[in-house]
Design a protein around this ligand. Structure first.
Ligand code: TF8
Length: 337
């Protein structure tokens, strides 16, 4: 065995042995990472950002510090994305839906009823299709690290229980700033109004809008139950969140620093999905206890909604490209087996 090889093996063994404490041996400089997010600190998003921050500090021997800034204090998703692209902010997590204006392929995740359950979502998002869509961000100045779970979205409003399609007629419904959501809810007959999430609570409170749609977790953590009476279980789409980094800043990091972030992001993803699913499993009960009136759609009405929403699929396919559309459908079919 050559000296070179022997040294290499010894070095690798030493590194493996002392890895968690050996940050001094790594190429890591003191770094401050401003990590922005839109929900409250007491939310699945807030908890996972906190875990990410802890993991980064631990793995970098305290050199890399994450300053977590929630409740959209650094701006809405869209504003933060621009700050990342410009290099004024290092990291964020937000909805993939709010990225569609930057990377049109992200709209694939807005396809109504794309996934039937979280397992399918995990397989496709963490697989080649998810990676391909994430990599598209790079040419726009963003680096995607992992997808987190926002969750299956459900409808709330303050006007009336929505038991059938026609009940949506004329309801002023806040949607994300994204054409697929806008068209989907227009198609269903609602008066869809795009607004940033950061303005949503006030818009509901002042009755600028009558309703909104988000996963149970968010309805709970953002206290929408204080300003919304009716909840309809629609599960109309699975929303991912995505953790992104400013590419301008990322490109200036050493390989070791990038690895610290990528590894911590994976840990945060696994934690976040577990945490979100555990919370979602009891959130509906919590929302009922807070006084929300909950109804499910009959199978017939759910089907009518599904069929109507099928009309937006063609435009999504055209926007993201037929090849990606097909690839995604195949990946979902494979995940379903
Ligand atoms: C929405 C999304 C939000 C995200 C969040 C602020 O309704 O579901 O959860 O944008 O990052 O806007």
């Amino acid at each position: 065995m050559s000296i070179f090889r022997r040294t290499l093996i010894a070095a690798t063994a030493a590194a493996a042995f002392t890895a968690p404490f050996a940050s001094f041996a790594q190429d890591i400089k003191p770094r401050l990472i401003r990590f922005g997010y839109g929900l409250n600190e007491q939310s699945n998003q807030g908890r996972a950002v906190k875990l990410f921050a802890e993991e980064v500090e631990k793995a970098s021997g305290g050199k890399m510090k994450v300053r977590a800034i929630g409740a959209a204090a650094l701006g809405s998703d869209v504003q933060m994305q621009q700050a990342l692209i410009g290099g004024a902010q290092e990291m964020m997590v937000g909805s993939t839906a709010t990225l569609v204006g930057i990377t049109k392929e992200m709209a694939i995740w807005d396809t109504p009823f794309l996934f039937n359950n979280a397992k399918e979502a995990d397989v496709v998002l963490d697989g080649p299709v998810g990676q391909k869509v994430m990599d598209k961000l790079q040419e726009k100045g963003l680096v995607g690290l992992v997808y987190w779970e926002n969750g299956f979205r459900n409808l709330t409003n303050n006007k009336q229980p929505v038991a059938k399609l026609e009940d949506l007629n004329g309801i002023k419904l806040r949607v994300m700033q994204n054409d697929v959501f806008l068209n989907s809810f227009k198609t269903l007959g609602a008066n869809a109004i795009p607004l940033p999430f950061s303005e949503l609570f006030t818009a509901l409170e002042t009755k600028t809008v009558d309703g909104q749609e988000n996963p149970y977790n968010t309805i709970l953590s953002s206290k929408f139950y204080e300003v919304q009476k009716y909840l309809t279980v629609t599960n109309h789409v699975y929303s991912p969140w995505i953790v992104t980094v400013s590419k301008k800043w990322w490109d200036g990091l050493s390989k070791d620093e990038q690895k610290v972030l990528a590894d911590a992001a994976k840990k945060s993803r696994d934690f976040e999905r577990q945490d979100t699913r555990a919370e979602a499993a009891k959130a509906l009960g919590d929302l009922k206890a807070k006084g929300m009136q909950v109804n499910e759609l009959s199978a017939a009405e759910a089907n009518r909604m599904r069929e109507k929403l099928g009309a937006v699929n063609a435009s999504i396919a055209a926007n993201v490209g037929e090849a990606l559309w097909k690839e995604t459908q195949e990946a979902v079919a494979a995940a379903r087996k």
